[in-house]
Design a protein around this ligand. Structure first.
Ligand code: SAH
Length: 253
């Protein structure tokens, strides 16, 4: 019998955001691989083995999961959010491209999940209601100059920005620098959404203006949405404001 590798998106955290397809892939897996923090979110099942790993070992984890599938096992490799968004699906493709020829015949399925920017956007209204783009602020895998160039180009072209991996202990200054750069393109009142651990018990969502946006308020579990010049805020009595980017009217450059 031939093996199978399912690269499964668990969504941002809330169990209600796990798709039925992802749930089925987890139920039929004999072996689970993934970063320990994500594997903890999957309820244990008898007869299922688990191989937790460190978050930085992406390539080794992809290879180990493919090796297990090549022995004929049904393997699930779990990721937070969607596996194709700054996560394991690309690492699996890369391992297949450079790995043994036999891996190209494996049954590999990417199972989509709710990515963090969609969950954060849904909490505040519709900031991604018109054209937007997603960037990772991590300069572990690309030079910081590339990130600056992309921020400049995207903000200059009027896109709303979803910023993944905004800050970490090893990358403390990048987000502050990004806000500084964006202030050159955008009005001071542009809404900025900080969505932290959305869908989990320690969720915290905050809305600031670009002028006030403070990098200290973000951590590794935060996704940031920076509006465009068209993004608006609707104040509501006794309720949190709505942030949205209209699909009509003056849409910027
Ligand atoms: N594959 C994931 C993203 C992995 S990159 C996805 O599709 O969501 C890791 C980054 O995702 C974090 O630094 C943070 O910016 C964001 N993130 C992941 N889960 C989150 C959550 N529950 N709330 C807010 N941001 C989250």
């Amino acid at each position: 019998m031939s093996g199978r590798l399912a690269v499964v998106g668990l969504g941002p955290g809330d169990a209600r955001w796990l798709t039925p397809e992802a749930e089925a892939a987890l139920a039929e897996a004999e072996t689970l691989y993934g970063y320990a923090g994500y594997l903890e979110r999957v309820p244990p099942r008898t007869g299922q083995s688990r191989h937790p790993s460190d978050n930085r070992e992406e390539r080794a984890r992809a290879q180990a999961a493919l090796e297990a599938a090549a022995t004929g096992a049904k393997v699930a490799l779990v990721t937070a959010g969607d596996p194709g968004v700054f996560a394991m699906a690309a690492a699996v493709c890369e391992a297949i491209e450079h790995g043994p020829a036999a891996w190209r015949s494996l049954d590999v399925a990417m199972i989509p999940g709710v990515t963090a920017m969609l969950a954060v956007a849904a909490r505040v209204g519709a900031p991604l209601g018109h054209d937007f783009c997603a960037l990772s602020l991590s300069d572990n895998l690309k030079p910081w100059e590339t990130i600056e160039r992309r921020l400049d180009a995207a903000a200059g072209a009027g896109f709303v920005l979803a910023l993944y991996n905004p800050i970490s202990r090893a990358r403390p200054w990048q987000l502050g620098k990004a806000f500084e750069l964006l202030r050159r393109h955008l009005p001071a009142a542009t809404p900025v959404v900080f969505g932290r651990a959305v869908g989990r018990a320690d969720e915290r969502v905050m809305i600031a203006t670009l002028l006030e946006a403070d990098a200290v308020k973000a951590d590794m579990a935060t996704l940031i949405i920076v509006g465009s010049a068209a993004t608006r805020l609707i104040a509501r009595p006794d309720l949190v404001p709505l942030v949205y980017t209209p699909r009509t009217g003056e849409l910027g450059p």
